[in-house]
Design a protein around this ligand. Structure first.
Ligand code: PMP
Length: 436
């Protein structure tokens, strides 16, 4: 019997009359997969509950922050204690030093952190530091990389490789879009040609070292190393945007995973344990360009908010003391293994640790946006609501990754693999002849 969704539908109808598209962040509107968004009323561990009383195993986990799952006891306790002591002071407090120490203990080469309230702000600040330090204006970003909704990052490639960017959103001034150069991922030559042409004007290269916003486009280590070398050669700043990957795969960043140290790292999500947060970290010599030491301005009424930081501190302490990453890796492997036993050659995921991208096609996993299989996208869309019916909640887009949390169980992962297989068979029109 189909799940009741009437209450969610009514709530969304009302939301539509009050907020553009009924949402406060566009992908939540479910346009990509169609249908009406679920209204969630509670989360506990691996599960979320909707307004109609349905419960789902949640693989969105608030788009990544909830590495420990919903309402993890130590995190809730820390937040409650902090809230009782006052929601915000707008002054210095001990939590700032504590979280800075914890975060920096994961990045041995770095000595400074600055906290703000979102990943977007972190990116905005990192780019401003880079421009301040280098006294240059241009920034290189990559097609398919997402770095928040800062003007200069809402830019796509103009025609031809070595041209300046054009806005991908209305309201971004042309002159700002033109300060962003957009390059394809996985392409040393494209970067080389941009540096040849604009090298003395390039302040920074910004990349998600593990691009996870347009599928999971795992890069070759050599490509990241090349970016490190060429930025050094031309005196540009290399920014690793680790808002998703930071503390998600290990206690630290993906940069350490591949042995490459950028100049600045942007963080968010996991370091706030589900509360609003963003951070820029780096060496003292670079970070001390920030006001009040240096001339690069950055500020925030709620920056370093004690309740957010309490959630972050509690989360990082658990990550430091419990075998979280080991469990996440084991669960990720289980999902892979069970899908591979399904007999369906295209029932696959691309995965790094607990970051999982359903990629329902055969062949090599893509490293660039344009090689993403549209067949895989269509298959995802077709099974999305079937999986919801089966009790598994995914981010509503084929281009988004899933997150496994510490709270997920082996049974839930096995159940997911079974439901994916069953749904692919039922809904994709691919018959068993497609099976291995
Ligand atoms: N950078 C990356 C890599 C992200 O994935 C995101 C958000 N998904 C951001 C920046 C922006 O973070 P926020 O949504 O907190 O502004």
């Amino acid at each position: 019997m189909a799940k009741a969704m009437g209450k969610s539908k009514r709530l969304f109808d009302k939301a539509l009359t009050l907020m553009p598209g009924g949402v406060n962040s566009p992908v939540r509107a479910c346009k990509h997969v169609g249908g009406t968004p679920l209204f969630i009323e509670g989360g506990a561990g691996s599960r979320i509950m909707d307004a109609d009383g349905n419960s789902y195993v949640d693989f969105c986990q608030s788009w990544g922050p909830l590495i420990l799952g919903h309402a993890f006891p130590q995190v809730v306790e820390a937040v409650t204690r902090a809230a009782r002591g006052g929601l915000s002071y707008g002054t210095c407090h001990k939590g700032e030093t504590e979280l800075a120490e914890l975060v920096l203990s994961g990045f041995k080469g770095f000595q400074r952190a600055r906290f703000m309230s979102s990943g977007t702000e972190a990116v905005m600040t990192a780019l401003r530091i880079a421009r301040g330090v280098t006294k240059r204006d241009l920034v290189i970003k990559f097609e398919g990389g997402y770095h928040g909704h800062y003007d200069g990052m809402l830019v796509k490639a103009g025609s031809g490789l070595a041209t300046l960017g054009i806005a991908s959103s209305a309201g971004v001034p042309k002159d700002i879009a033109r300060t962003t150069l957009v390059a394809p991922l996985d392409d040393e030559e494209a970067i080389e040609s941009l540096f040849k042409r604009h090298g003395n004007r390039i302040a920074a290269v910004i990349i998600e070292p593990l691009p996870a916003n347009n599928g999971l486009l795992v890069q070759r280590r050599e490509f990241l190393e090349f970016l490190r070398k060429i930025t050094q050669q031309f005196g540009a700043i290399l920014i690793f945007d680790e808002v998703i990957s930071g503390f998600r795969l290990r206690f630290g960043g993906y940069g350490q995973e591949v042995g490459i140290e950028p100049d600045l790292v942007t963080l968010g999500k996991v370091i706030g344990g589900g509360m609003p947060i963003g951070a820029v970290i780096g060496k003292a010599e670079t970070m001390d360009w920030l006001s009040p030491v240096g001339p690069v301005y950055q500020a925030g009424t709620l920056s370093g908010n004690p309740v957010s930081l309490a959630a972050g501190i509690a989360t990082l302490k658990v990550l430091k003391t419990e075998p979280v990453y080991e469990k996440l890796e084991a669960l990720g492997q289980l999902l892979e293994t069970n899908l591979s036993k399904s007999g369906l050659s295209f029932a696959r995921i691309q995965r790094v640790g607990s970051i999982v991208w359903p990629y329902f096609d055969e062949g090599a996993f893509p490293r660039r946006t344009e090689t993403i299989s549209l067949r895989a996208v269509e298959r995802f869309k077709k099974i999305y609501w079937t999986l919801i019916e089966e009790g598994y909640y995914f981010p509503p887009s084929a281009y988004e990754v899933l997150f496994i949390s510490y709270a997920h169980s082996r049974d839930e992962i096995s159940g997911l693999a079974e439901s994916i297989t069953k749904s692919l068979l039922q809904t994709s029109g691919d018959r068993i002849k497609d099976a291995k």
